[in-house]
Each structure stands twice: as C-alpha cells, then as structure tokens.
Design a protein around this ligand. Structure first.
Ligand code: JFZ
Length: 590
C-alpha cells in the first residue's frame, strides 16, 4: 500500500508526553467535546474514480479503487476522461443524509478532493472539477451540507492536502511529472490553501476538516493549513493526518482498534464496510451488521469514534449491501444509541471478548457481544446497583453481593446482535475495584482473534466458535484473486504500552493428522517493517477442541512496535481447517 510514513496514535501520544504540540492551545474544547459525543459518523468517498469502480480499459486493479490512477500510472489527461461518465443522475443529498440519520450516524465527512486532485465542488482555483468536467455540471456539496445540518448531523470535508496527482508540485504523480522539480510551497500557495479557503467559506459552518496522508509538507506548511481552518471556522476540528502532531484528534489506521482504553487524547477509527473506500465493482466482502455493531461498541468503550465509509457509484447510488447494513445498524442504534452517544470509556479491564462497557453519569452500560448462558457475571463493581434493564426489553433481575454482580437474562444462547444492559447506580459515577481498573495486565495479554484487524479480505470471524478461520495461501498458483491483495494476517495495536520479553502461545483448533503449517508472530514498526519474528510448527489434533501451544522462542516487544502480527509463514495441508481463538503473551522475568 502507501509507503508514506505513518503518523499513528502511539507516536502522537508519545509526542504528547514529551511536549505538547504548539497548536494545542488552539483546540476548541467545546467543538472537540461535541465531536466526541457523536461517536459514529459517515465517511463518503466519491469522485471520478467511482465511475471506474476499480476497472480501467479492461484492467481490474487490486486494492482500493480511489488509487486507480496511481496503480495504473494513468496520465492526468487520460484519467480526466473518467469525468465524462460522472452523471450523478441518481444523486440525492437528502437521501444520503437520511441514510446516515437512519443508521444513527451523527457526523459526515465527504471527499472534497482526494489524492487524484479532482475537486468535487465548484472551485475557482482549477478547472479540474465536478462542475467544469462532468455532465452533472453542478456542485453536489452545498445540498449535502444542508441536508446533513437539517438532521443535526455534523458536516465536514476530507481534503487531500499533500498528495495531488494532478499538480506537478505536490506529492504522488511521478509518471507525468518530475519529482525532483516539484516545489511544494508553490502547490500550497496556488492550490491547497485557496481551496481550503473556498471550502471554509462556501458551505456554511463546518464541523471538521479531515486531512489525509501527510508526507511532503513541512510543519510550517501544515500549520498554515491548520491556521486557515482555525481562523475561518474556529469551531471546526482537524484530524491528525494533517501531520506533524497538529491534529485536534488522532486517527488509527483503517479498522485498527487499540487493545485497551485510550483516554489521553480523542481518537477515531476510519473504516470500510467492505474493503475499498471508493466504489469498487468486484469488492463484495461486506461485513456483517453484528460485526460492525461490535466494532462500534468496542471502539466507543475504549474512548474512540467510528467513521464508517460508503462508496457511492458515479451515478450517485449507494451500493445496496452497504445501505442494508447501515439500516440494520440503525435499528440497533434506535434502541441502544443511548448506550453509545455521549458516553465515556469503560472503567473495567476486559477479561475476554464477551462484553464491553460504556458509562454516562450514574449509568453503566454492559454491552453483551457474545452471551451463551442466561446469566451475566460482573466482578469488581464497587457501586451499588439500583436498577437493571435490558434495553428494548425491560427490567431484568439481579443479585449483588460485595463486588460481585449477577444478572439474570431473559434468554440464553448466542444473540444475533449486541444486547445492552443498563445499570442505574446509587453513585453519580461508577466505582470499580482497583485490580479491575482499565489497563492491560502487563504480565499476561490476550490477543483475541475477534479484536484483530484482518489483513486479508477472505478471513472470517465466527461468533459461534469465537475464532477466525479461512487463512489462505495467496501465493499459491490459481489463487491470484484480484481482491486478495493482502496476506491472511491478524494485526493488533498495543499503542506503545507493553514493552518486554514475552512467551508467545496460541489457542487454536485444527483437524487432521498433518500440520497446519508454520505460524509466525512478529512485531512491526510504524513504517511497517518487521522487527522481531518467531515461528512455530503447529500440529492438527481436533476440529473443535481448542488447544494451546507455546512457541519455543520468546519475542521482544519494544515501545515503538506498533503492530503485533500473526500469520502463516509456511502453509500446511490442513490450514483450511485452522481456527484461531487467541494469541497469549506471557511476560518473562528478566
Ligand atoms: C488513506 C487514503 O490513501 C485512502 O485512499 C483513503 O482515503 C483512506 C481513508 O485514507 O489511506 C490510509 C491512510 C493511512 C492509513 C491507512 C490508510 N494508516 O495510517 O494506517
């Protein structure tokens, strides 16, 4: 994928500890608090790449569709031809905003200009825009901004400030232009700053500006963009992908959820429902509503926001599968949104993946992700419970003795969705026993398959077995699937908190006499280079009986390791029946 240096949460948090960024004083705390309370937003990737849908002159690209021009090194003059197919004939701003509303989304971010440099609004700075080049010939943005605001949905623009493949002075296009001759300052002055001004002055009050992929721009250049936002629209918050630690809030990588509660700084997970951001014809790996609801709950319970993407077509049609998923999430939000919006992170340590929690004043919400019995047990609660109810259902009975709480649920068995218990507490704020308080246990860390980011669209999580399966060998002849541009890997994000020497063990099931193959566990730096790797051959004993096997060699995890990765290095015959439940890291005494 992109080889820009990734400014991620961990390094940003480290910067914060070392010294506050110069712009910290300019953070509008009310605006940031408002952004925080909204929790769930709609991301929209829409551009002339949506017309191609990942296909160009008979070629289908791998990976995300908005990168089409870059992948195929299409000259700007040819790529501009896609604009002729951008009819937006079905585009209906009210419908998109209503879809966001129905899904329970409370903010919206749309691509005003993506890396291709094509402006999706009426810009006076360059003719390379939706009004001048497309048969639609109108500016779609004001109608959307207004439709969103009418529904109390915050509105903001995505603007690719650093990459602009249509500008010789910006980063990214080395097939049309000579990279040695580029002068970023000229691009900033002539295009980026004036376009940011247009966006900040022509579309009413904006709630945020979402910059993306810093790289070439200096701290001073990035600051000039940020200053413009703060001068013209002081209430608009800015994301961390502006670079140089200048954001008001942080971004994780797509679908990358921290292992634990991070409450030092506000953060957001941008994510897709399938794999691509821009519309892509052959990307049909639609995630299930329950998976997305569980991700939303997981993120919010740890202090984050979730920005979930749709990729409309060049006609302006939102793909039906994503529409359906959003409607499903919306039905859940109608009942359970009160346990999401304006809540604070969970004060408990998570022992497993069966539940998450959020709090709001004297309410404690227990989100049951995976509940197989008709009682729910909670340890370490020091607050007195006054009432308990299952949202959407009604009162449930409970027993509290000391720090132990037992709740009787109206049904047993695996739920289709996430069910939420609301506890009303006697105290104004939840009290939790010290040993249950929200940190990763430094001595023993469970990396559950459920909470990993999957790098490999074929991989499947199954709630029944609580494990992930369908590891595939994409290097094998005949498996050159267009969509499978990643290895089958599970990635976890410790975000800087767990350095030390650990024994690695994994809990899995696998059928047959043969081995599953050689599994590998490795650590990566922010720039995605592998640091330390250990591997272990894994035997297959049973299809359903989980077994735990320890790796022979320990692994050293350092503070600047940002990703922990599980994958297969060599594929055995029985990899197809392999199910991973978790990887456990046990700290070794020095
Ligand atoms: C960027 C874009 O390149 C992409 O096209 C899309 O717009 C997405 C929302 O943002 O892609 C990124 C940028 C950063 C990371 C991952 C994907 N990251 O830090 O892991």
């Amino acid at each position: 994928m992109n080889n820009f240096s990734k400014k991620t949460l961990a390094s940003a948090l480290l910067t914060m500890l070392v010294g506050a960024s110069s712009s910290a004083q300019q953070v509008n705390n009310d605006a940031l608090a408002d952004y925080d309370q909204r929790k769930f937003g709609m991301f929209i990737h829409w551009g002339i790449y949506s017309v191609a849908g990942g296909e160009y002159q008979g070629k289908t690209i791998r990976g995300i569709s908005e990168w089409l021009q870059h992948r195929l090194k299409i000259p700007v003059d040819d790529y501009a031809g896609l604009a002729k197919g951008f009819t937006a004939s079905q585009y209906n701003a009210e419908d998109w905003a209503q879809l966001a509303k129905n899904a329970g989304m409370q903010y919206m971010v749309i691509t005003a200009k993506h890396h291709d440099g094509f402006a999706m609004y009426d810009t006076k700075i360059s003719d390379y825009n939706v009004v001048k080049q497309t048969p639609y010939a109108k500016d779609p943005m004001l109608a959307l901004a207004n439709a969103a605001r009418r529904r109390d949905i915050n509105f903001g623009f995505y603007y690719s400030q650093d990459q602009d493949w249509a500008d010789p002075d910006a980063r990214g296009n080395d097939w049309d232009y000579d990279a040695d001759k580029r002068q970023p300052q000229r691009y900033v002055n002539a295009k980026a700053l004036p376009q940011i001004d247009e966006l900040l002055t022509g579309y009413g009050d904006l709630d945020l500006i979402w910059f993306d992929t810093p790289g070439l721009l200096s701290k001073q250049q990035a600051s000039s963009l940020r200053d413009r936002v703060k001068q013209l629209q002081p209430q608009a918050v800015v994301n961390s992908r502006i670079g140089h630690g200048l954001g008001d809030f942080e971004q994780t990588g797509d679908n990358a959820i921290p292992l634990q509660v991070l409450a030092n700084k506000k953060w957001e997970v941008p994510a897709t429902i399938n794999h691509s951001w821009g519309y892509k014809k052959d990307d049909n790996h639609w995630r299930k509503p329950k998976d997305l609801i569980a991700k939303l709950v997981d993120i919010v319970s740890k202090g984050g926001n979730y920005l979930l993407n749709i990729g409309p077509t060049g006609e302006g049609v939102v793909p039906e599968p994503s529409r359906k998923v959003l409607m499903d999430i919306g039905r859940w939000m109608k009942v359970n949104g009160q346990a999401i919006y304006a809540t604070a992170a969970c004060p408990f340590y998570y022992h497993n993946v069966n539940w998450r929690c959020t709090t709001k004043g004297n309410k404690l919400y227990l989100h049951l992700l995976r509940q197989t019995t008709d009682t729910f047990q909670l340890q370490g609660l020091n607050s007195q419970v006054k009432a308990a109810r299952l949202l959407g259902v009604g009162k449930v009975s409970y027993q509290q003795s000391g720090q132990h709480l037992e709740i009787k649920l109206p049904k047993a068995g695996l739920y289709d969705h996430v069910d939420v218990i609301e506890l009303t507490l006697a105290e104004q704020e939840v009290q939790v026993a010290a040993n249950e308080h929200r940190t990763i246990r430094p001595d023993k860390i469970d990396l559950f398959a459920w909470s990993a980011r999957f790098r490999g669209p074929e991989m499947l999580f199954d709630w029944q077995s609580n494990s992930v399966s369908n590891f595939v060998d994409i290097t094998k002849a005949g498996f050159a699937r267009q969509s499978a541009n990643f290895e089958s890997e599970l990635w976890w994000y410790p975000y800087g908190s767990i350095s030390g020497k650990y024994q690695v063990s994994i809990t899995y099931a696998c059928q047959g006499q043969d081995t599953a193959g050689t599994a590998e566990f490795h650590t990566k730096f922010a720039n995605w280079t592998v640091d330390t790797a250990v591997n272990q051959s894994l035997a297959c004993n049973s299809a359903d009986q989980m077994q735990t096997v320890s790796f022979e060699s320990p692994v050293d995890i350092e503070l600047d390791h940002e990703q922990l990765v599980f994958r297969f290095k060599d594929f055995g015959k029985n990899l197809t029946s392999f199910k991973l439940y978790k990887v456990t890291l046990t700290k070794l005494k020095r």
